[in-house]
Design a protein around this ligand. Structure first.
Ligand SMILES: [Zn+2]
Ligand SMILES: [Zn+2]
Length: 346
């Protein structure tokens, strides 16, 4: 074991503070990554504050990790010392079920091992990216192409793949009209990626406050959902709506914006169950669907795609001592568009 510095929540709802944690020795198939940057994802806050139920403490959040490989195990073929590498939301899975074999480790039948706040297959608790180093199996580490700066690449490991995977699966591309619902950490990545895929992109946001940004990042149109006229004007317009919001929605109203055979895909989820009149999907053969991150192979494809198209996240770089303040600002939607922690300050 090696002792490394980290920021951890000592208990649910307690502020994060500087501490030390143990990382395992580098095994045969492991790489040691010196973390340079870690993004703050909204789910870090849900997890650290037990918004999604009881969690394991102390907790070191962070699943948007970018850094440099500083040591490799004897069986490692994918990485060399000095390579840029990333870690996303998972660090292991069963590797045997149909989904794992198909590269859909995020839907592992036995449950994937999450990067933090989980118990690994070795029985040890996992600690995430708010830390100076991480040891991870090479199969769950991603290559970050040299063309991508590590700071803006970090959020791609969750926000990037969470939006890329459904956009690809539901065929966002030339000739397709795609709406991105919500203009936050996930939404702004959805806009950039859908635009780079060649789709005609519309942002549906509560207000027009971020309209200039949206258009600059690649949106063709921008509408306020607080304006009832938006729903009349855009009725039957979209092939795909990607919802990145976790606030309760009038799903019927959004389904009415789809064309026949259109899909409304959720990557955010309200905490409460929804109520829906099924005629909203029956009329027009529509789909109400969901999607969760992406597999390792697809995450690599996304990073290569983003490097090729010069896509990184829009970030606000902070020092580790500002994490608690950043959490409050995320909750107040006061960030454009992702906080990234400079790991040198941990
Ligand atoms: Zn995340
Ligand atoms: Zn599996």
């Amino acid at each position: 074991m090696t002792t490394v510095a980290a920021y951890a929540a000592p208990a649910g709802k307690a502020p994060l503070e500087r501490t030390t944690i143990e990382r395992r020795e580098v095994g045969e198939n492991d790489v040691l990554i010196e973390i340079r940057f870690a993004g703050i994802c909204h789910s870090d806050i849900h997890m650290a504050r037990e918004g999604w139920g009881e969690a394991i403490f102390p907790m070191v959040p962070g699943h948007e990790i970018a850094g440099v490989v500083t040591e490799v195990g004897s069986g490692v073929t994918k990485f060399e010392v000095g390579d840029h590498a990333g870690v996303g939301c998972m660090v292991d899975s069963c590797r045997e079920c149909d989904n794992c074999k198909a590269g859909l480790e995020q839907y592992c039948a036995k449950g994937n091992v999450q990067t933090y706040g989980a118990v690994g297959r070795d029985g040890e608790v996992t600690y995430g990216g708010y830390s100076t180093h991480i040891v991870v199996d090479q199969d769950f580490a991603l290559r970050i192409p040299d063309g991508l700066s590590l700071d803006v690449a970090a959020p791609l490991l969750c926000a990037g793949i969470t939006t890329y995977s459904p956009l690809k699966h539901w065929n966002a591309g030339p000739g397709k009209k795609v709406a991105v619902l919500g203009m936050g950490g996930l939404g702004h990545m959805g806009v950039k990626i859908a635009h780079a895929l060649g789709a005609e992109v519309t942002v549906l946001s509560q207000s027009l406050r971020k309209k200039d940004d949206g258009l600059k990042l690649g949106a063709d149109h921008y509408y306020a959902t607080s304006d009832p006229e938006t729903f009349e004007k855009l009725r039957g317009s979209f092939d795909l709506i990607l919802s990145t919001v976790s606030a309760p929605l009038d799903f019927g109203a959004y389904l009415s914006l789809l064309k026949t055979d259109g899909a409304l895909v959720n990557v955010g989820a309200p905490e409460e169950p929804i109520s829906l009149n099924l005629f909203s999907v029956i009329g027009g053969r529509k789909t109400l669907a969901g999607s969760m991150i992406g597999g390792i192979r697809e995450t690599q494809e996304m990073l290569d795609f983003c490097a090729e198209h010069g896509i990184g996240a829009e970030i606000e770089l902070i020092s580790a001592s500002e994490i608690n303040e950043a959490y409050e600002r995320v909750l107040a939607s006061d960030v454009r568009y992702r906080f990234v922690i400079d790991a040198a300050t941990i």
